[in-house]
Every structure is written in C-alpha cells, then in structure tokens.
Design a protein around this ligand. Structure first.
Ligand SMILES: Cc1ncc(COP(=O)(O)O)c(C=O)c1O
Length: 480
C-alpha cells in the first residue's frame, strides 16, 4: 500500500470512527428507555447465522452502518439498569473508549519497553491495592477472566505441592505422582472444579467443605485432611470464596486461612465476583483473611465494569507461577537481564491483548473513592431488595444478602408446594421475555432459586420495584 492509499485509509477510518462513536453514544443514551432484552427477530437471527463470506471489500462506512443497525440494538441486556442476570455489569464508558485506543496500538503485551507492559504492571498493583492484597512485582497478571485466572493460580498450587514431595510435574506429568487433594466449599464456582480437572487432578481430588450458615468446622476439616494424609494422598489446596456466585456469600476467609497455614496448604481465594466488596466499609471486616491467600482471583470485568475481557490472577510469590509456566525458547528471549520475567512466564498465554488500558481507564475515571461508593451503593440496594422481598407475601428470601447478590424464591398464592420448584425454574426466562427486568436462576440449598445481581451504577430503587413487581406478576401468570 502506498503512502497516499494509507493516508486515504486513515481518513476513511477517521470519518467512519466518528460515525461509530456517535452511534455508540446514541446507543448508550437510549439503553435505559429500551426493553432490557428482547429475542432477536427471526429474520435477523437467520441472516447473522448465514452470513456469506464476502468476496469483495466493503467500505468502513457500510460496516459501521451495519453494526449500528443489526448488532448493537440486539445486545445481552447488561447495559440496562434493570438487568440483574448472572454477574454482568455494563461497561464503563472510559473502558469503552480505551478499548478503541488499545486496539489501535495492538501490542502483544509480553515484555519490552513499551507503554502497555508498564501499564499492566501498575494496573495489577492497583488491583492488589484496591483489595488490600500484598503485591510484589511479578506477583500477578491480567487474564481473560476469572476462570482463566483460576487455572493460572491452581497451576502454581499444583507445582508447589508436588515439588514439596519431590515430584517434577513439568518433566514427568502426573504419572507416578501422589494423589493431590483440594478442599473446596460447596458453593465454590464451577471454575475451580474445571481447573482441577484440566490440571489433571480430576474432580475426585475435590473434597467438599460444608460451611454451615457460613461457619467453618475447622476440627472436622483438619480431621479430613489428616485422614487423607494417612491414606497416602497429599493435601494441597484449600479454597475460599470472597463472594459466592449463587448468593454473594463471603466464606470465613480468616478461619480457612488458619487451617491452610496450620496444614501447609495453598490457600486460594476466589474473589472474581466479590473481592471488590471489601471497598464497602460496612462489610470490609468480613473479608479479613483474604490478604493471607497464596493466590487471589479478581475479575475487573465484573464489579468494576471493565469491558470484557479482564480477569486478574494475584499470587503471594510470583516465582510459584514462574516455576509453573516459564519456558523461554530462543526465539522468544526478551528482557533477559530483568529480575521479573516476561508476562508469558507467569501464565499460559504468549500473545497477550492490551487489557490494561481499559482497566486503567475504568479505575482512573472513578478513583478509589468513586469505586467504593459504587460498591457500597450496590450492597445497600441489595439490602433494600431483600427488604422488598420480605415484605411481599408471594416472595421469600433464600439467604440474607452479604454483598450485592440477592437470592430469593417466588411462592404465588394458591400454587401447591410440589409445583414451586418447577415454577421458580421457569420464572427467569418468563421474566426476561417481558423485557422490563432481567434476572437469572440457580439452585441453592437444593432448591430452584432466583438470583438478582446488582452491578449497574445506575440501578436505583425504582428498578428494584420493577423487578419485584415483574417477578410477582410473572409468577402469578405461571401459577395460573
Ligand atoms: C465467584 C465467581 N468465580 C469465578 C467466576 C468465573 O469468572 P469468568 O466468568 O470471568 O471466567 C465467576 C463468574 O461469574 C464467579 O462469579
């Protein structure tokens, strides 16, 4: 491409990108007045599924027009303040803008003297500082999300446990290795089990730790650990959640850390959803013990609202990750005299996207105080929603909220108890289809349960009122 063509291409980009930014701003402005979510029109779904591979180039102007017409209006719904599904916030506007600039730079964030590398190191330190986790250079990196960060952390745990018994898992794999055991509370996110399976420990390595009303029976846990040791297995890992996905419950992290210390287990805390809850002074004390973890998973793309993807793995000793992942073939040697290795030495990714710019922008645009206010407001709204649920005779609270997730159930008048589980299972999709509020379901304590996760900075009391009235009306409809 000649210089002239290149100049024309950049000018075409400038024009189309301006139109795109205007279209995106219009889209964001219109979101609250639109239905939260709607099924795609059948014709559009077919068209998107059957798109033919284009033979010829399209203009950028046409691509922008198509995206604004056919794609943006048909989103998941998490931009709307009455969206309470899963754990999906709206993106921060600062993060959206930063994503454009990051894509324009398009680095591979591995090593070298370029801004993206240094920014990731600072952003990881900021994340650690936000939640009060000790940070040492090399002790963390951004990942695609909480699930990927969990694999990174548990790979560190596996390596350390096996090297302590003289087994080199990187050289020998798991053949001939002793059986490792992981102690995992019942409500832990499925990504923990998946990581254990992927790392070759198998889900049979997992011992469920019951937390009765959030309390740990440390003596029972230690007895289970002793029994496993006596059987020749190697107890390796203890997991806690700083905010469970089902009900936002904070595990007794300090008590878990005590057991991990006494038994010399790797203590892993899953803070993907809830660790930023520690910014709320009203509940900060509940997170005591999180700072004692060997590894901590955070998800800036959850409560902070960094546009997906942005997860973070933090470890107390960076060398645990370096031992698990570092492999430097000659064609990838970089920064060889640096005491801290390249990012590729601490995780499984080689080419890595520039996740730090949108994370930096999202945090900087609000500051610690702004983020703390947002977190505290979400927790307050969750308590308000719980009160509304308790006041409503056709609803019942499944668990008192500790953070910004409220678990509850519908029990419409006249509905026989035998039908309640089926009704609560069907309810979320029926509510979603009405378009005024969006929530999702789960199973808690063996019962079908509704859960509302509050993460949108613009959610207010009136959205809670809409949610409650939509759930009650839909439940009556289903019961009738
Ligand atoms: C508590 C918890 N841990 C881990 C994850 C997995 O994170 P990700 O979806 O970013 O992989 C989630 C996702 O909702 C979660 O809520």
């Amino acid at each position: 491409m000649g210089e002239l063509d290149r100049g024309a291409e950049v000018e075409a980009f400038r024009r189309a990108a301006h139109a795109l930014v205007n279209g995106v701003a219009d889209y964001l402005a219109a979101l609250p007045s639109r239905p939260v979510w709607q099924p795609l029109p059948g014709e559009l779904r077919e068209r998107l599924l059957d798109l033919p591979l284009p033979e010829r180039a399209a203009s950028l102007d046409d691509l922008v027009a198509t995206a604004l017409r056919d794609v943006l209006p048909h989103a998941m719904g998490n931009g709307h303040p009455a969206f309470f599904g899963w754990v999906n916030p709206p993106p921060s506007p600062a993060g959206v803008a930063a994503s454009l600039a990051a894509a324009a730079m398009n680095p591979s964030v591995v090593a070298g003297d370029h801004a993206d590398v240094h920014l990731e190191r600072s952003v990881v330190r900021w994340l650690a500082e936000l939640v009060g986790f000790p940070y040492a250079p090399g002790g963390g990196l951004l990942t695609s999300g909480g699930s990927a960060a969990t694999i990174v952390c548990l790979a560190g745990a596996r390596g350390r446990a096996l090297s302590a018994v003289g087994h080199d898992v990187r050289r020998d794999g798991l053949a001939g290795a002793p059986r490792l055991v992981a102690y995992v509370p019942t409500e832990a996110h499925s990504c923990v089990r998946r990581a254990l399976e992927l790392l070759g420990l198998g889900s049979r390595a997992l011992r469920e730790v019951p937390l009765d009303a959030g309390r740990l029976d440390a003596a029972a846990l230690r007895a289970a650990i002793a029994a496993d040791r006596a059987s020749g297995a190697v107890p390796a890992l203890l997991v806690g959640s700083a905010g469970t996905v089902n009900a936002g419950a904070i595990d007794p992290l300090d008590a878990l850390a005590d057991v991990a210390t006494a038994e010399r287990l790797w203590f892993h805390v899953d803070g993907a959803y809830g660790a930023f809850g520690v910014l709320d002074p009203a509940i900060a004390h509940r997170f005591r013990g999180m700072e004692r973890a060997d590894s901590l998973v955070l998800d800036p793309h959850k409560w902070l609202g960094v546009p997906v993807d942005a997860g973070c793995a933090l470890v107390r000793r960076g060398d645990d990750l370096r031992d698990a992942f570092s492999l430097i073939p000659p064609y990838l040697r970089q920064d060889t005299d640096s005491p801290v290795g390249t990012f590729a030495e601490y995780g499984p990714e080689q080419t890595r996207p520039f996740r730090a710019l949108k994370t930096w922008a999202t945090i900087a645009a609000r500051g610690r105080a702004g983020l703390a206010a947002q977190v505290a407001s979400a927790n307050r709204l969750a308590r308000e929603l719980a009160t509304r649920v308790e006041r409503e005779p056709e609803l019942e609270l499944a668990a008192p909220p500790e953070t910004s997730i409220v678990a509850f159930r519908a029990r419409p008048a006249g509905c026989p108890p035998s039908r309640l589980d089926g009704l609560n299972q069907a309810l979320p999709e029926a509510v979603q289809a009405r378009g005024r509020a969006f929530l999702t379901g789960t199973v808690l304590d063996g019962r079908e349960t509704l859960r509302a996760c509050i993460l949108h900075p613009d959610t207010g009391s009136r959205h809670l009122a809409i949610l409650v009235s939509e759930v009650v009306a839909t439940a009556r409809e289903l019961a009738g």
